[in-house]
Write a protein that binds this ligand. Structure first.
Ligand SMILES: Cc1ncc(C[n+]2csc(CCOP(=O)(O)OP(=O)(O)O)c2C)c(N)n1
Length: 660
C-alpha cells in the first residue's frame, strides 16, 4: 500500500492515526462484550475504518454526514462521547434516542450527523436536501452520504443521484464497495465494471480510490469537497474495501472465499498506516502506546457509565408526546380585515400557498411541473414568476428523492412542500413518508417540517391510478398529521396551518372539488386549527360523520330529505381525530352513519366506529353503519365508477339506520 503524505503536516498524520485506531479498538471491545452476551446486535466495520474516519476528518465539523451501519468512525471522528454511544447501543434513556433506536440508527444535530433508517438508500436524498439548503443560502458547504455497493441497486440511489446532478447540488456520494451485500457478491448485484461507471449516466464526476488507505481517502474527500463547492455539482467516490467480518456478528462468513480474507488482511487500514508512520519516523512505539492507552481509558470509563445506567423505565405519556415536536396549533387571524371573496376550492389553495410563501421566506415548493407549467392542476400557476425558480422547483420524476430532499431542507431549518402530482403516486415515495418523515422526531428528536399535498379522489373517470383514496395508509402511521378539507375556506385555513406546523402533514385535496365547489374565503392570512372538526349542520335524527367529498354528498342528501333532521360533521382532520366533536354528534342523534369515499375495509370509518362503540355505547340507539366505496380498485368507465362510489349507497345506508 502506497501512502503519500508530502503535504500533510505531522500533527494531522498523527490525528488521522488516532482517529483510525479509535473505532477499531471500540469494535474489538464490542466483540468481546458480544461474546459475553453483554451487548446485542453489532454490525462490524473492521477493515473499512479508513473510509469513515478519513472522510469525516476531511469535512468541516458543521457539514452533515449521512452514515450507515458500518460507519462507527463517523461517530467517533465527530467526537461523540463513547459513554453516550454505549448508552445508545444499550438502549438506555441517556443515549441519543432515549432507547428507541438500535445500533447506528440515530442522528445528532450537535454533531451534524443524520443517522440511517434500515432501508439504507433513503439516506442519500436527505443529503440532497441539506445540499439544497447550502446552495440556496450560498454557503460554501457540502453534505456527504454513504452507500454500500448493495445499496446502489436501490431506486433511492438512482433518484438521489439524479436529483443532485440535475439540480447541481454539492453532495459527495461515498460508496463503500466491499464486494458483498450481506452474502450477495457484487457479480450478482450489478453488471457494470465499477460502480463509478454509474456516475457517467448521471452526468456526474466520479473517482475510484483505495478505501483502505486513509491518506488517499482524506485527500480524495478534500478534493471532492472543493470540487462540489466551486462547481456546485455532486460527485461520486467509490472506495474499494473489504468487510473483514460477517454482515452482522451472528451471520457468519461462510460464503466468503478464504483467499479474500488473506488478501485483504494484508491491506488492513490500521496496521499498514501504523507501519508507514513508524517507517517514516512520524510516530514511535511510545506514542502509539500512549494513543492506545488514552482510547482504552475512554472506552473503559464509557463502559462503566453505560453499565451503571439504569434500565429504561417506560413512561407512556412521554412516548406519545415525543411522536411530534411540541407545537400549539390554534386558529389565528393576522389582520382585522374581514374581507372575503368568492373563490373556487383550487383558488383557495393557491391563495394559501402564495400567502405561506410570503410569510415563510424559508419555504420551498417542489413538485413535477409546478414551475413554468403551474402544476398538473395549475395550483402553482404564477408562483415561479413571483417567488423565483429557486423556491418554486420543478422536480425530476423522483418522488422518493424529493421527499427525502424535503426532510434534508427541514434539518437545515427550512420548510418544504412537495406536490404529489396525484395522491396515487405516493406509493413511490411511501418509504420516505412512512419511515423517515413520520418517525424521525420520535427516533432522535429531529422534526420534519414538510407538507405533502395530495390531489386525491374519484369522480372524474380517471381510473385506478389517478383516483384512489389512500388517506388510511397514512392515518395508520404515528407521526403524520392527515388533513382533508372539504370547503374552500377550510382548504385555505388548514393549508396555512399545515405550513405553520413544524410536523409532517399529509394534506389531501379532492380534485373533483377543485373547480366544482366555491365559497366565501377570507382574503387575509388565517389558520384553522388542525385536529378540529366542523359541524356543518346540527340535527337530531341521524349523524353523518364524514370528510372530503362525503361532506358534499351528505349536504346534498340532507337537502333532498327535509323530513330528516341530519347532523353533519366534517372531520377536516383525520389524524388527530376530533373525538370531542364526534362524541357530541353521537349524543345529539344516537344514530351514526360513517360516510367516506375510501373503500370499506380498513377505511377510517372502521376506526371511528370502534372508538364510538368503546366510548359512546350508552348514547347509541342503533348499530353504527358505514357507507363506503366498494372493496375493488377504482374503475375507469363512469358507470362503473359511480357504482364503485359510496354516494350511490348513501340513501340505502340512511334508511337502514332509520329503521331502528
Ligand atoms: C430495503 C432493504 N432491503 C434489504 C435490507 C436488508 N439488508 C440490510 S444490509 C444489507 C446489505 C447491504 O449491502 P451493502 O449496501 O453493500 O452494504 P454493506 O452491508 O456491505 O456495508 C441488506 C440486504 C435492508 N436493510 N433494506
Amino acid at each position: 500500500m502506497q501512502f503519500d503524505h508530502k503535504h500533510f503536516d505531522k500533527d494531522l498524520l498523527i490525528q488521522l492515526y488516532a482517529g483510525l485506531v479509535k473505532p477499531r479498538m471500540i469494535e474489538e471491545k464490542m466483540l468481546i462484550l458480544l461474546r459475553q452476551g453483554r451487548v446485542s446486535k453489532w454490525f462490524s466495520g473492521i477493515g473499512q475504518e479508513a473510509i469513515a474516519v478519513g472522510a469525516t476528518m476531511a469535512l468541516d465539523s458543521d457539514e452533515y454526514i449521512m452514515p450507515l451501519h458500518r460507519n462507527l468512525g463517523v461517530f467517533t471522528a465527530r467526537k461523540m462521547p463513547f459513554s453516550k454511544l454505549f448508552l445508545q447501543w444499550q438502549g438506555k434513556k441517556e443515549g441519543y434516542s432515549k432507547g428507541r433506536e438500535r445500533s447506528f440508527h440515530f442522528g445528532s444535530n450537535e454533531h451534524h450527523i443524520c443517522g440511517m433508517i434500515s432501508h439504507l438508500g433513503p439516506q442519500l436524498a436527505i443529503a440532497d436536501g441539506i445540499a439544497l439548503a447550502h446552495k440556496l443560502q450560498k454557503e460554501q458547504k457540502v453534505s456527504l452520504a454513504f452507500s454500500g455497493d448493495g445499496g446502489t441497486s436501490e431506486g433511492d440511489f438512482h433518484e438521489a443521484l439524479n436529483t443532485a446532478a440535475v439540480w447541481g447540488l454539492p453532495v459527495i456520494f461515498l460508496i463503500e464497495n466491499n464486494g458483498y451485500g450481506l452474502s450477495t457478491p457484487s457479480s450478482e448485484q450489478f453488471i457494470c465494471k465499477q460502480l463509478a461507471d454509474k456516475a457517467v449516466g448521471y452526468g456526474m464526476a466520479s473517482k475510484i480510490i483505495d478505501g483502505n488507505n486513509i491518506l488517499e481517502v482524506y485527500q480524495a474527500i478534500k478534493e471532492a469537497r472543493e470540487y462540489c463547492i466551486t462547481e456546485q455539482k455532486p460527485i461520486m467516490i467509490e472506495a474499494m474495501t473489504f468487510r473483514m467480518r460477517g454482515h452482522e456478528e451472528a451471520s457468519g462468513v461462510k460464503y466468503v472465499p478464504k483467499e479474500l480474507f488473506e488478501l485483504w488482511g494484508k491491506k488492513d487500514p490500521v496496521q499498514n498506516y501504523e507501519d508507514f508512520l513508524k517507517k517514516e519516523n512520524i510516530i514511535d512505539d511510545a506514542q502509539i502506546a500512549a494513543i492506545r492507552e488514552a482510547i482504552q481509558q475512554e472506552i473503559e470509563a464509557g463502559l462503566e457509565i453505560g453499565f451503571a445506567a439504569e434500565a429504561i423505565k417506560p413512561d407512556t405519556a412521554e412516548e406519545v408526546a415525543d411522536v411530534f415536536v411540541p407545537y400549539k396549533a390554534e386558529n389565528t387571524v393576522i389582520t382585522d380585515s374581514c374581507a372575503k371573496s368568492e373563490k373556487k376550492f383550487i383558488q383557495a389553495i393557491s391563495d394559501a400557498m402564495r400567502q405561506a410563501m410570503e410569510r415563510h421566506p424559508k419555504l420551498v415548493l417542489m413538485g413535477q411541473d409546478i414551475a413554468e407549467y403551474g402544476g398538473a392542476f395549475k395550483v402553482t400557476e404564477g408562483m415561479m414568476e413571483q417567488f423565483g425558480k429557486e423556491r418554486v422547483r420543478n422536480t425530476p420524476l423522483c418522488e422518493s428523492a424529493i421527499i427525502g430532499t424535503a426532510l434534508g431542507l427541514s434539518i437545515k431549518g427550512y420548510k418544504a412542500m412537495m406536490e404529489m402530482q396525484f395522491a396515487d403516486f405516493a406509493t413511490v415515495g411511501f418509504n420516505q413518508i412512512i419511515n423517515n418523515l413520520a418517525k424521525i422526531h420520535y427516533r432522535w428528536g429531529q422534526n420534519a417540517d414538510v407538507v405533502v399535498r395530495m390531489p386525491t379522489g374519484a369522480g372524474v373517470g380517471a381510473g385506478p391510478f389517478h383516483s384512489q383514496s389512500n388517506e388510511a395508509w397514512f392515518t395508520h402511521t404515528p407521526g403524520l398529521k392527515v388533513v382533508y378539507p372539504a370547503t374552500p375556506e377550510d382548504a385555505k385555513g388548514l393549508l396555512l396551518a399545515s405550513f405553520e406546523d413544524p410536523n409532517p402533514v399529509i394534506f389531501f385535496e379532492h380534485k373533483a372539488l377543485y373547480r366544482s365547489v366555491s365559497g366565501q374565503v377570507p382574503d387575509d392570512y388565517y389558520t384553522i386549527e388542525i385536529g378540529k372538526a366542523r359541524l356543518v349542520q346540527e340535527g337530531s335524527d341521524v349523524s353523518i360523520i364524514t370528510y372530503g367529498s362525503g361532506v358534499h354528498w351528505a349536504t346534498e342528501y340532507a337537502k333532498q330529505h327535509p323530513e330528516l333532521s341530519i347532523d353533519i360533521l366534517d372531520l377536516r382532520t383525520l389524524s388527530p381525530l376530533d373525538y370531542e366533536a364526534i362524541e357530541a354528534s353521537v349524543k345529539r342523534t344516537g344514530k351514526v352513519l360513517l360516510l367516506h369515499e375510501d373503500c370499506l375495509m380498513g377505511g377510517i370509518g372502521g376506526e371511528i366506529s370502534a372508538w364510538i362503540s368503546e366510548n359512546c355505547f350508552q348514547y347509541l340507539d342503533a348499530p353504527i353503519v358505514r357507507c363506503a366505496s366498494l372493496d375493488t380498485p377504482i374503475p375507469f368507465a363512469i358507470e362503473l365508477e359511480q357504482n364503485f362510489l359510496a354516494k350511490g349507497r348513501l340513501d340505502e345506508s340512511v334508511q337502514k339506520l332509520m329503521q331502528f
